[in-house]
Each structure stands twice: as structure tokens, then as C-alpha cells.
Design a protein around this ligand. Structure first.
Ligand SMILES: *[C@@H]1O[C@H](CO)[C@@H](O)[C@H](O)[C@H]1NC(C)=O
Ligand SMILES: *[C@@H]1O[C@H](CO)[C@@H](O)[C@H](O)[C@H]1NC(C)=O
Ligand SMILES: *[C@@H]1O[C@H](CO)[C@@H](O)[C@H](O)[C@H]1NC(C)=O
Ligand SMILES: *[C@@H]1O[C@H](CO)[C@@H](O)[C@H](O)[C@H]1NC(C)=O
Ligand SMILES: *[C@@H]1O[C@H](CO)[C@@H](O)[C@H](O)[C@H]1NC(C)=O
Ligand SMILES: *[C@@H]1O[C@H](CO)[C@@H](O)[C@H](O)[C@H]1NC(C)=O
Ligand SMILES: *[C@@H]1O[C@H](CO)[C@@H](O)[C@H](O)[C@H]1NC(C)=O
Length: 444
């Protein structure tokens, strides 16, 4: 759905409640399916079909441990049957299964009912087996906790606010915990970088092509894919690795793959939230009112004066900014949710809680970056954080916090695509982007 969601998708939950109407839940359903190497589908969860594909945990060791990739399909309902379209919602760290359950019917209606529409769960995430689960405590960050897993801290020359500091120390602690719980050779942790997703894509289509279900489909070995946001990074990794397997690819809200992989993340912010807001009447009044409220949460002043609530203020301000940033991904459904939050903030303190399993995002993103940020000090992270903040006051902290989190993430991906992006593919790929996307804006 988005390139990164630190906060709950609950915001958008009432958009799509069909997951709640299902007779059973996906966890139980998948646990009843025997994993198979040949993509065997069973009817499940109402009008869907489910499969569990048995794949190597590590493709460089096909005799080693296994991983079970859960798949969910909206089957084609009309003829001529044209094959299978794979999809990834973005993230990283999003459950593709949950996204298909919630949004698949709508998305499938866009390209028609002659194709199966299939989500496969990213490694270590959601209904994947094995999955990581090392930071199950979802409580908001309580404050600065210097449980830094051995990393040195010196606040005297700090350039960053309490928000980044608290992320830094919490994530150092969480990263070390995850390393213990999910960093082992046969655990999910080292197998979550995007290359595994890409190799699973190919395995899925290989199994599909050698199965009677693909009978009559022209070029069943070609991969069709519609990916959003981070899902476009999946596609941009797939394309140079397997160019002659590219069938129909639509990549929607395009990530700059080099910027993401380098760990800089400076291309996500070339957009201002208020470009969107300024399209409404009395834009300036609204902007001024927002600024006034945000000003009330003046972190610098609180820090300078040694107020006890400095940390709370910083967290509240950053919470507000991240919330505003996230709703900008889906302004039509999101902005109505932002309004009451802003109103609430005018009268009380903020209360935004974090999403589940934030390590899913880190496990993918930090290992895609080759752990280049691991063990960075807060000082080293501060300059880029400040540049991000300057680029976009609302969204800056959001992206900075991922870089800061990666400073605490030491689990290295066993595999990683390090080659160039781009090249000539079997079929051309369609790139779709818009200028006011808050995470993956179009830029020249
Ligand atoms: C797929 O594998 C299962 C067991 O692993 C087997 O029972 C089934 O016949 C296979 N189906 C096909 C289409 O090969
Ligand atoms: C492959 O996996 C097996 C089982 O985990 C392990 O014993 C073996 O050492 C691995 N081989 C390589 C080359 O990593
Ligand atoms: C992680 O494990 C805890 C404890 O078993 C559980 O309550 C929680 O739902 C799990 N979280 C995820 C994201 O699976
Ligand atoms: C901050 O820590 C670094 C590394 O631990 C050290 O080299 C530096 O002198 C410290 N700076 C201050 C101002 O204490
Ligand atoms: C923070 O504490 C100061 C000093 O006690 C107080 O004046 C201020 O109103 C507090 N700010 C918030 C947002 O609670
Ligand atoms: C803050 O969030 C918690 C957990 O979602 C909730 O129980 C509590 O009522 C909320 N507080 C306010 C003031 O909204
Ligand atoms: C990171 O820091 C930890 C703790 O200080 C240290 O044990 C480890 O060797 C460092 N790793 C790298 C890659 O710098």
C-alpha cells in the first residue's frame, strides 16, 4: 500500500472490511494446507483460493532448510483464461495476503476477470513460514531508553531531537533482540531481502507453468506483475535478474532503486503535504492553523528549558507529522481521518500507536541496503536526518527514522541483488507515478 507504514493500517480499515466477514482466518487456513512444490490450490476464505509452496529457505542451498510461501488467489471468472498476475502491495513489511484480502477485489476489477490475481507472502512476514516476531510489544516508544546494545551514546553534541534519539536506542535494543531470536542460519531474519521475494516469484511461475492449471495460456513461463511502491523495487530487481521472463509488468508509484538500496532515501521527499492541501479553499488559513498547533509542540524550546515533557512533546510532534505524512498517501480516504486528529490535538495530547511487527520493514530494507548503516552513531545519522527534515517538514522524520532504525539492525541478508538496475527486458514495463505522491514522487 505504501512504501513504509510505521503506523496502523487501521486508519483505512473501514475502506475494506471483507477480511472481517470471512468464515475463518488465514492463519488457520494456511496451517491446514500441506506445503507442496507444485502449487496446489484449495478453495479458502470465501471466494479465494489458497496454496502453500514449499521452497528452499536459501536458494543457494537447495538441500538445506525449507521455507513455506503462502499464496492467496482471486481466481479468474471469465474466459478466455489469460493466466496469472502476481502482485505486491509495497512496504516493505506489508503482508501481501492481507492486502489482497482487503483490496484485491477492487484492484482485480481494474484489469478484468480473465486472469488469476495472486499475492505471495514476502519472506518472514505475515503468514510466511518461518516468520519473524521479535518486537511484539506494540506500545508507543516510552521515551529515551539507553539500552543501546553496547553502542556508545553522547548527548552533549546531539543534533537530533528526542524522537530520533529514542528510535535510536529502542531500535538498537530491538535489533539486538531480533538478532538473537531470528538471526540464525535457519531463521527467517537473514532471508528477507528482496532477492528472496524475486526468486520466489520465479519459483511460483515455474510451478504454475508446469501445472495443468496453466493449460492454454500463451507463454505461461512469462511473469505478469502489478506492484505498488516498494513492490516496484521488487520488479526492478526481478527485471535485470530475469529479463527474458518479464511478461506484463506494471509498476505503480515507482521507487528510485539506487536511492533506496544505497540507504540514502533522499528521493522520497520531493513533495510537500501542503501542495495537496493547497488545492482546497482557504488553504492559507488551514496551513497557518496547522503551523500554530505544531508550534505548540516546540521541542527545541522544551529541551532548552529542560522541561520534563520534552520527550513527550517530541514524540507527539513526530507522531503528528508521521500521521499527516501517511494519510497523504491516500488523501481522499485519509484526509478526513487527519482532520479529527488535528482537532483532537488542538485540545489534548497526541496518542498514535505503532503498527505491528515493525521489524518486518527493517529486516527487508536494512538488508536490501547491505546493512550499510549498521552501527552508525546518532551523530553520523543526524546530517541526513536534518536534510530530510529540510526537504519535507512533515515527512522528513518518517524517512529519517528508518535510517536510524537500520543503525540497530545487524542481521545481514544472506542474498542480495547488487547488480545494476535497468536493461532490456523481454517485454517493456509500464511505469506509473504521480507528482504529489508523498513517498515515491515523480521527479526528473
Ligand atoms: C502436487 O503434489 C501433491 C503432493 O505433493 C500431489 O498429491 C499432487 O498430485 C500434485 N499435483 C500435481 C498437479 O502434480
Ligand atoms: C545447507 O543446509 C544444510 C542443512 O541446514 C547444512 O547442513 C549445510 O551445511 C548447508 N550447506 C551450505 C553450503 O550452506
Ligand atoms: C508475536 O508473538 C506474540 C506472542 O506470541 C503474539 O501475541 C503476536 O501477535 C505476534 N505478532 C505477530 C505480528 O505475529
Ligand atoms: C562522542 O563519542 C565519540 C565516540 O564514542 C567520541 O569520539 C567523541 O569524542 C564524543 N564526543 C563528545 C563531544 O563527547
Ligand atoms: C510542558 O511542560 C511545560 C513546563 O511544565 C508546560 O508549560 C507546557 O505547557 C507543557 N507542554 C505540553 C504540551 O504539555
Ligand atoms: C490511547 O491509545 C490507547 C491504546 O490504543 C487507548 O487505550 C487510549 O484510550 C488512548 N487514549 C486517548 C486519550 O485517546
Ligand atoms: C557493531 O557493534 C557491535 C557492538 O559494539 C560490535 O560487536 C560489532 O562488531 C559491530 N559490527 C559492525 C559490522 O560494525
Amino acid at each position: 500500500m505504501t512504501l513504509l507504514l510505521f503506523f496502523s493500517k487501521l486508519l483505512f480499515a473501514d475502506e475494506s472490511t471483507n477480511a472481517d466477514d470471512l468464515a475463518t482466518n488465514p492463519t488457520d487456513t494456511f496451517s491446514q494446507i500441506t506445503p507442496s512444490i507444485n502449487l496446489t490450490w484449495c478453495p479458502c476464505l470465501g471466494k479465494f483460493e489458497c496454496a502453500v509452496l514449499d521452497v528452499p529457505l536459501d536458494y543457494s542451498n537447495t538441500t538445506g532448510a525449507r521455507s513455506f510461501v503462502t499464496l492467496l488467489k482471486i481466481p479468474a471468472t471469465t474466459t478466455p483464461y489469460k493466466g496469472m498476475v502476481l502482485t505486491n502491495p509495497g512496504g516493505p513489511g506489508e503482508s501481501a495476503i492481507d492486502d489482497l484480502l482487503n483490496n484485491g477485489a477492487y484492484e482485480a476489477s481494474i484489469f478484468g476477470s480473465n486472469c488469476d490475481f495472486v499475492a505471495w507472502e514476502p519472506r518472514g512476514i505475515g503468514y510466511s513460514i518461518p516468520a519473524t516476531n521479535c518486537s511484539s510489544s506494540l506500545t508507543p516508544i516510552p521515551g529515551i531508553q539507553e539500552r543501546s546494545a553496547g553502542r556508545s551514546s553522547n548527548h552533549s553534541a546531539d543534533l537530533t531531537g528526542p524522537f530520533l534519539r529514542s528510535i535510536f536506542f529502542n531500535d538498537g535494543y530491538e535489533g539486538a533482540t531480533c538478532q538473537t531470536l531470528t538471526g540464525g542460519t535457519n531463521d527467517a531474519g537473514p532471508h528477507m531481502s528482496t532477492i528472496y521475494l524475486v526468486q520466489d516469484m520465479l519459483t511460483i511461475v515455474d510451478a504454475y507453468a508446469s501445472n495443468p492449471q496453466s493449460q492454454g495460456v500463451k507463454n505461461a513461463l512469462l511473469v505478469n506483475f502489478w506492484g505498488f511502491s516498494y513492490g516496484t523495487f521488487v520488479a526492478q530487481t526481478f527485471a535485470p535478474m530475469y529479463p527474458d521472463r518479464v511478461g506484463r509488468f506494471v509498476i505503480d508509484r515507482v521507487v528510485d532503486p539506487d536511492d533506496y538500496r544505497s540507504g540514502n532515501l533522499l528521493k522520497n521527499l520531493e513533495f510537500t503535504l501542503f501542495i495537496a492541501i493547497s488545492r482546497v479553499r482557504n488553504a492559507y488559513d488551514i496551513f497557518e492553523r496547522f503551523e500554530n498547533r505544531a508550534e505548540r509542540l516546540d521541542v527545541m524550546k522544551a529541551e532548552e528549558r529542560g522541561w520534563e515533557n520534552a520527550t513527550a512533546i517530541s514524540l507527539a510532534l513526530e507522531g503528528l507529522k508521521q500521521f499527516a505524512h501517511i494519510v497523504a498517501y491516500e488523501p481522499i480516504s485519509g484526509f478526513p481521518a487527519l482532520a479529527p486528529v488535528l482537532l483532537f490535538m488542538e485540545s489534548a495530547s497526541m496518542n498514535i500507536s505503532k503498527d505491528r511487527a515493525i521489524e518486518w520493514t527493517r529486516a527487508v530494507a536494512c538488508s536490501d541496503m547491505g546493512n550499510v548503516l549498521y552501527n552508525f552513531t546518532l551523530q553520523e545519522l543526524a546530517n541526513v536526518a536534518r536534510r530530510m527534515e529540510e526537504q519535507n517538514y512533515v515527512g522528513g522524520g518518517f524517512w529519517a527514522s528508518l535510517r536510524v532504525a537500520c543503525a540497530g539492525w545487524g542481521i545481514e541478508g544472506k542474498g542480495r541483488y547488487t547488480g545494476a538496475f535497468g536493461g532490456v527486458t523481454q517485454n517493456p514495463m509500464l511505469f506509473v507515478s504521480n507528482t504529489i505522491d508523498p513517498g515515491t514522487p515523480y521527479y526528473k
